[in-house]
Design a protein around this ligand. Sequence first.
Ligand code: ACO
Length: 441
Amino acid sequence: MLKQKGFAELKIGRKVYKLPIIVGTENEKAIDITNLRRDTGFITLDPGYGNTGSCCSSITFIDGEKGILRYRGIPIEELAGRVTFIETAYLLLHGALPSEQKLKTFSSLLNKNSLLHEDMRHFFDGFPRGAHPMHILGTMFNGLSTFYPNIDALSMKEDIDVTATRLISIVRTMAAFAYKKSIGEPPVYPRRDLPYCANFLNMMFDSPVKPYVLDPEIVKALNLLLILHADHEQNCSTSAVRIIGSAQVNLYATISAGISALSGPLHGGANQAVMDMLRKIERKGDMDYFIDKAKDKNDPFKLMGFGHRVYKNYDPRATIIKQTCHNVLKRLKIKDPLLDIALELEKRALSDSYFVEKKLYPNVDFYSGIIYKAIGIPENMFTVMFALGRLPGWIAHWKEMVESKDRKIARPRQIYVGKGLRHFKRDEKAAAVVALKVKGK
Ligand code: ACO
């Protein structure tokens, strides 16, 4: 619920300007500067947007100081393990968990839209061997715009819900096809008798020579991981989706931009980078060396999977993932030395004044890779798994934006610090050299 509660006063020179104070449902406060430039001639400067609210949203609430995360008002701890990823996706898209009937309709729509256009299957042959599946996925999403009816904010040619369902369904088919291509195996098509996560696992691991046997524990773990990744308000990739979408770009191309943003190691790519780091620590056998490196201001190295722009407390998703990691490895009877290294690294970092003072805690990416590895997902697919989970969140934000009555193209300003006015002057000698080259002398 958005309320306006009084004004803040801004004094510039002798003039005092009144800026409305906006208060959200959970008492988050903002100073509304919508008319600041018009009234004062000033803009605000906030590189990295640490203090800038880009929109009002009713999808996800985070309190980073207290370590709270809620989807549509429901704490993440109450959803995890109780609902499926598909119910969570529905919750994010439609604002409430589905009734039995609505879930049936949603599931059958997912099933109906799970096949990738057959001509698109051949695209996978064009990528070089070893291409990162995250880049393949981004490219394929952009390609979807050419195969399916365009949906854009103005024409509304196709029902948003149909397109959203198609994307949520088709993303797992594309992700699994990309993996099969990378290992040189034929693709496995979706099956109508399998629910979402089981279907994805089957497409990833079934083969004509070795049928895949579904393990309910693995299906459960995957559901949980996807739920935990499903939305996280205005993070880098979701903001990318909102910014690109604000130009009325079609949803497929918009999501492709979200995938690109997510691939970076400071964002979703961190889950793969954590595994690299843990393995380097294992090889070197010297954890202090890496902790000291992370603390060194002159060294670009950071503890991957640590720190967060919003959480200045334990990331609630990391708490759940850490516990799940123990449970899954125990049930699957797997002993992974990387888990021991991660646990020790966390213990040491959390008792080190550098990390304590800067409030750096494990984030969602710190333990997730160890579970993915245990359930058989290859490392270069970790960030793709994140994208699978985050897709409903991206679509929910896009939908909220295009349906909002005060939507505007996103267009930040800048303070120019380049050269002042100077006039054009030709360097005659350089121009003569170029002319000679053009004549082939
Ligand atoms: N290791 C060591 N130092 C760190 C780390 C880290 N992982 N994270 C932050 N710091 C330090 C910074 O160097 C900075 O120090 P300073 O104040 O002396 O300059 C201070 O803590 C504040 O950090 P910022 O980088 O300013 O925080 P910001 O909010 O801009 O960045 C980010 C957040 C990008 C997540 C950062 O913590 C980081 O790079 N972490 C490692 C990568 C990672 O795990 N990314 C996944 C994030 S979760 C997600 O996106 C899904």
